[in-house]
Design a protein around this ligand. Structure first.
Ligand SMILES: *Cc1c(COP(=O)(O)O)cnc(C)c1O
Length: 358
């Protein structure tokens, strides 16, 4: 009998990147596989996508080094750049491309002695106000980067949307306009769209799109699921019933007695909890699937278990499979119950969870 197990269908990655590339047919792709491929496994995702993507985007240099150590030779972009000047020789030695978003990174380039230049993407803050060079400083950064022998020419350009998941929000067009203006006439590549830009804002595609969540078949847009965009969820999160117990009307179930049985019923105990990454904040009523039917979570999620109301007439048995999310039960729907986004649920899977690839 299996405890928490993520079953991952690799063909879904191939299907999803096909869908994304068809939406941006004139753009190359950086497949975003940071955070362990959004919980789906860094190396399996990279290997599955290698023949269909121009390169890979990661957040941490360690993620890039794992890819190189596993023999991945495709271009790799550090989406936030390197964090410290001592990383620059590592960036060069591993043939990584890097973002430069701040004075400290630029200074590190100017002070370094490197045997070859490194490919650099200048990150511009076009309106999200998280990372990136302020528009008024972009000219100065371009000049200094172009004058720096450690920076490969031409210089490339990147920015990121703050609200592209909101279909009508005016900020996105403003960001596109700022990006266009600041990079006009520059010979390097330009990249602005992550998944939501790729799916909703054709004007944002430029030379490279950077899909992440959509590769895994999950929607970047709230109130929509991956299936609404023709995407296939790659992950099915499963576990098993380890007990089926009678509860009497009035019984308070689990820690804190959060749920009180309103009638005599049967309670299923499922071998998954927050120690596996299932969110402890999930409220009563969050759906799960047992033997093809939806049943509600009842009572607090524990570290290793959670409880569901199977109903008084249930015939479910110990060992039966339980689906926490998957194609039949979109992770976006679970996220909505929990007050988060699908990104967080899949990324939060812990190392205790078995991952099986089919
Ligand atoms: C994570 C990330 C992406 C991918 O975003 P999704 O919303 O998952 O498609 C793209 N660009 C940057 C800079 C990122 O950090």
């Amino acid at each position: 009998m299996k405890a928490a197990t993520a079953i991952i269908r690799k063909a879904a990655f191939n299907h999803n990147i096909d869908v994304i590339r068809a939406m941006a047919p004139n753009s190359c792709t950086w497949a975003a596989i940071k955070a362990n491929g959004y919980g789906h496994g860094l190396l399996p995702v990279a290997k599955a996508l290698a023949s269909q993507t121009t390169g890979f985007g990661v957040a941490r240099i360690e993620e890039a080094l794992k890819l190189r150590a596993a023999g991945v030779v495709k271009p790799i972009l550090l989406l936030e750049g390197f964090y410290s000047a001592i990383d620059l020789p590592v960036v060069l030695a591993n043939n990584l491309q890097t973002v430069v978003h701040c004075e400290e990174q630029l200074h590190a380039f100017e002070c370094a002695t490197l045997e070859h230049p490194v490919t650099v993407w200048l990150k511009i803050d076009t309106g999200m106000h998280r990372l990136g060079v302020h528009p008024e400083d972009v000219g100065d950064f371009i000049e200094r980067l172009n004058a720096c022998p450690n920076v490969a020419k031409p210089l490339h350009f990147i920015s990121h949307f703050g609200r592209a998941d909101e279909p009508e929000h005016p900020l996105t067009q403003q960001q596109i306009d700022v990006f266009k203006t600041l990079t006009a006439g520059q010979p390097g590549y330009k990249s602005l769209a992550a998944s939501s830009g790729t799916l909703l804002w054709p004007d944002s595609h430029f030379d490279f799109v950077r899909p992440g969540i959509s590769l895994y078949g999950i929607s970047p847009v709230s109130e929509r699921t991956g299936a609404d965009f023709g995407l296939q969820p790659a992950m099915t999160m499963t576990s098993s019933l380890i007990a089926v117990r009678r509860a009497q009307k009035g019984d308070a179930i689990g820690y804190g007695g959060r749920w009180i049985a309103p009638r005599d019923t049967k309670i299923g105990v499922v071998a998954i909890g927050y120690g596996d990454g299932y969110p402890r904040v999930a409220p009563d009523g969050t759906p799960l699937i047992v033997n093809g039917r939806r049943v509600p979570l009842v009572g607090r999620v524990s570290m290793d278990m959670l409880t569901v109301d199977l109903g008084p007439d249930a015939t479910d048995r110990v060992g039966d499979e339980v689906i926490l999310w998957g194609p039949e039960l979109p992770v976006e729907e679970i996220a909505q119950h929990v007050g988060t986004i699908g990104y967080e649920l899949v990324t939060n899977i812990t190392s205790r969870v078995d991952i099986i690839y089919t």
